[in-house]
Design a protein around this ligand. Structure first.
Ligand code: ZN
Length: 43
């Protein structure tokens, strides 16, 4: 059972920013799909 869970997380694709496409290192904001760079409300 535990192995299946670990496999599940291992098979998860790396989160990438939807804006610039670079890898996201943020682990806390699981619901965010953009990097901190693009997360700035620059508009
Ligand atoms: Zn970005």
């Amino acid at each position: 059972m535990l192995i299946n869970v670990l496999e599940f997380f291992r098979n998860l694709p790396k989160k990438k920013c939807q804006e610039c496409g670079q890898d996201i290192n943020e682990q806390a904001d699981c619901y965010i799909n953009i990097c901190t760079e693009c997360d700035h409300p620059a508009r």
